[in-house]
Design a binder for this molecule. Structure first.
Ligand SMILES: [Zn+2]
Length: 57
């Protein structure tokens, strides 16, 4: 369990909470964070592959 920042009011929200206790904004950040992490990892792998491919043919 971790604390994430509410994108609406900036308050701290538990990552397991469905919405911010302060302003009631939904917190899809837990899902988004893992999706973004996967996309970044995939993009990094692709970038490394393309650099390798460009240098070594
Ligand atoms: Zn909030």
């Amino acid at each position: 369990m971790a604390l994430i920042k509410c994108h609406d009011c900036g308050g701290e929200v538990s990552s397991t909470a469905e919405k911010c206790p302060k302003c009631g904004a939904p917190t899809p950040l837990t899902v988004n964070a893992s999706v973004i992490a996967m996309i970044v990892a995939a993009a990094a792998l692709l970038a490394i592959f393309f650099v390798y491919w460009a240098v070594y043919g």
